[in-house]
Ligand binder design. Structure first.
Ligand code: NAD
Length: 423
């Protein structure tokens, strides 16, 4: 097992980062090696081959995974990612972070994650439907409303969830809406789910600005990633009065020091698929976006973008992690040394799993809430989470990430200790 005394000088992968964060929390909490191993190892992993008949008749075999890191506090919960970079280790890291996120926000789930190694932009809708359905059918024995509940992540959306729900339901012989969350409202999805992650990001971003004595209408922000999390974060920051001066996606980044017109940019992205080429802005490179002198930097794309190579260039006062694992363990140390306040992913982007939980609750009760009820309960939970992490960080003299991880790990370990070890 790694300990915090093993100095991290260079970037490892997301799994090493997740394990290093866990090791730090275990050390602070004083747990022994048995508990450490219990929390470090996924409870269950499934690797599947997914044969796909392409539209031209060729057959291709893709790789897919579902990792259930922990279910001591309830069924496993976590997104499904479609990306060419998906690997088993990445899915393991993401599943572990889901366990901590659910525990930190006190939603009654453990953590899971799924992934398929595929570039979804290179496949037709029919092909994506067949891939999703075959994957669902392969992992069917280990998912279900009381076992493991998938949701959208990078490269997947509510249509993907509708296909999963339909495949699961067709196989068991009756309709099971609560096997997934993030599904279309017409199939039992929750109002407010699609905006939940980004609204949650903005609730904690505004709380962090206030904590640092900054007023939204005088604050500036840069957002990396303009998908489900990034575009909404930019929109809700702008609606709160923050000047969003730069955004980027995998195809390019743009900048306007007077603030970007976010609704017009969303229309541009809907039409072209990228922020690149948006009028009333100049292009900047991705590294320059991360190094802008802004109050808020919101990485909302992929893991490891703030790393040992570029962390010293970050000039933002506050980093709010919309993405999972955007800051490597090595970068964390550099940001801390430079007094950059990092609001960690397991708190900052928890809005999605909170409203996924609300969706599951509504589905189980077959009784739906209004958009206002969802939004108000989301805000209450996010602010409770922020206050809990801030209070722990001050009381125990920890960074916000350490405070969040320690709080979450302690709750999961408590559940293990209270349940006892079977047999
Ligand atoms: P998405 O597929 O909707 O969007 C991803 C965006 O990131 C796209 O704009 C893409 O172009 C951009 N991108 C990809 N690689 C990039 C790179 N190297 N540099 C700059 N931009 C890049 O995905 P999403 O659902 O918005 O997820 C983004 C992040 O948020 C992921 O880390 C995901 O795990 C996390 N997250 C998502 C949710 C959710 O509800 N969707 C919840 C919690 C956390």
């Amino acid at each position: 097992m790694t300990t915090t005394t093993d100095v991290i000088l260079t970037d490892a992968g997301p799994l090493d980062d997740a394990l290093a964060q866990l090791a730090g929390a275990v050390e602070k909490l004083g747990y022994g090696s048995g508990m450490h191993q219990l929390l470090a190892k996924p409870r269950r992993e499934m690797s599947v081959s997914i044969p796909l008949r392409r539209d031209n008749g060729d057959v291709e075999v893709l790789s897919g995974y579902r990792v259930q890191h922990n279910f001591s506090r309830g069924p496993a919960k976590g997104g499904l990612r479609f990306s060419p970079h998906v690997s088993l280790d990445e899915v393991r890291a993401l599943a572990m972070w889901m366990t901590w996120k659910c525990a930190l926000l006190d939603v009654p789930y453990g953590g899971a994650k799924g992934g398929i190694t595929i570039d979804p932009t290179q496949y037709s809708t029919g092909e994506l439907s067949r891939v999703t359905r075959r994957y669902t059918s392969e992992i069917l024995p280990i998912i279900g409303p009381e076992k493991d509940i998938p949701a959208p992540d990078i490269g997947t959306d509510e249509q993907t969830m509708a296909w999963m729900m339909d495949t699961f339901s067709a196989n068991v012989g009756y309709t099971v809406p609560s096997v997934v969350t993030g599904k279309p409202v017409s199939l039992g999805g929750s109002l407010g789910r699609s905006s939940a992650t980004s609204k949650g990001v903005v609730h904690v971003a505004l709380a962090a600005l206030e904590y640092r004595g900054l007023t939204p209408s005088f604050a500036t922000a840069a957002v990396q990633g303009f998908g489900k999390v990034g575009a909404g974060s930019a929109q809700f920051l702008a609606e709160a009065g923050v000047k969003v001066v730069a955004v980027g996606d995998q195809y390019g980044s743009i900048h306007n020091s007077n603030g970007l017109d976010i609704p017009a940019l969303q229309a541009h992205v809907a039409a072209t698929g990228t922020v690149r080429g948006f009028g009333d802005s100049e292009p900047i490179d991705a590294a320059a976006l991360l190094g802008l002198e802004v109050d808020l930097l919101v990485p909302a794309a992929v893991e490891g973008v703030i790393n040992a190579d570029n962390a010293a260039n970050i000039r933002a006062l506050i980093v709010v992690e919309g993405a999972n694992g955007p800051t490597t363990a090595a970068a964390d140390k550099i940001l801390a040394a430079n007094s950059v306040l990092v609001v960690p992913d397991i708190l900052a982007n928890a809005g999605g799993v909170i409203v996924s939980y609300f969706e599951w609750v509504q589905g189980n009760q077959a009784y739906w809430w209004t958009a206002n009820e969802v939004d108000e309960r989301l805000e209450t939970r996010m602010i409770q989470g922020w206050r809990c992490v801030l209070e722990t960080s001050i009381r125990r003299e920890l960074s916000l990430r350490e405070a969040a991880t320690v709080t979450a790990v302690e709750r999961v370990a408590d559940a293990h200790l209270t349940r006892g070890l079977y047999p």
